[in-house]
Write a protein that binds this ligand. Structure first.
Ligand code: URA
Length: 235
């Protein structure tokens, strides 16, 4: 059982203040009775809640796409820096966490969820989920590097990375697709070839593309079809 306003807020209808306003306007009914009391106790698993004419489904799991900006830590807590959690306060109660990490200075697509199983599978080396990065770098990109990225680059700790795909789009700009997520992997792959990454943005995560209409620092929920695509990617 929980309060109606809390339920509505958890279900994504807005902040507590916003959902209280919906209730006050008579837009919310519970089991076909319009409710004006925001502290009405409801059973979220049994009661039928209608909001503005539409049945509300209680979501246990939530999936968020964040356009992570520079300067933000992929974490729920940090004593010194802004965190990804600070960027999505509306969904605090869902207790989401980032699916993998982007470095503080890396921008782009980050998925956050409270679906631990799916997150675990997406990060598991077993499924080899592709991640594509837009990379700007300094240093000379030599012809032979195409082959090295394709066969596997050995990084500073002696680890041989899995084969990757590089697409050079300008002298010092490329798209790189990797199947793993080792710490600072892209930067270390470039460093192993005497090149330094100067800007990094993740543009895809498995089947999901960064929504270009999302401004840096903003987020949206994944659509049903995006969630399904993610689930299919780890089947
Ligand atoms: N590789 C990196 O070096 N940094 C990231 O944030 C992601 C991949």
């Amino acid at each position: 059982m929980m309060r109606l306003d809390k339920y509505l807020s958890h279900a994504g209808y807005g902040t507590r203040t916003q959902v209280k306003a919906l209730i006050k306007k008579g837009l919310v009914s519970v089991n076909e009775i319009v409710i004006y009391k925001d502290d009405k106790k409801i059973d979220e698993t049994l009661d039928e809640i209608i909001v503005d004419g539409e049945k509300s489904d209680y979501q246990k799991f939530i999936y968020i796409m964040l356009h992570k900006p520079d300067g933000v830590i992929s974490s729920n807590y940090d004593p010194y820096h802004k965190t990804t959690k600070d960027l999505i306060p509306l969904y605090d109660h869902y207790k989401t966490f980032p699916v993998g990490r982007l470095d503080i200075d890396t921008e782009g697509l980050l998925i956050l969820t409270n679906d631990g199983l799916l997150a675990h599978q997406l990060l598991s080396p077993k499924y080899h989920v592709d991640k594509t990065y837009y990379v700007e770098f300094s240093g000379d990109f030599k012809q032979i590097y195409f082959e090295l990225f394709k066969t596997g680059i050995t990084i500073d700790d002696g680890y041989l990375c899995m084969p990757s795909k590089i697409e050079l789009i300008d002298t010092n700009k490329a798209y790189l697709t990797i199947k793993e997520g080792k710490f600072h992997q892209v930067k270390r792959m470039f460093l192993a070839l005497d090149m330094t990454v100067t800007y990094l943005r993740r543009v895809t995560f498995g089947p999901i593309k960064l929504d270009e209409s999302l401004k840096k620092g903003s987020h949206r929920l994944l659509t049903e079809s995006e969630i399904n695509l993610l689930k299919v990617a780890v089947k």
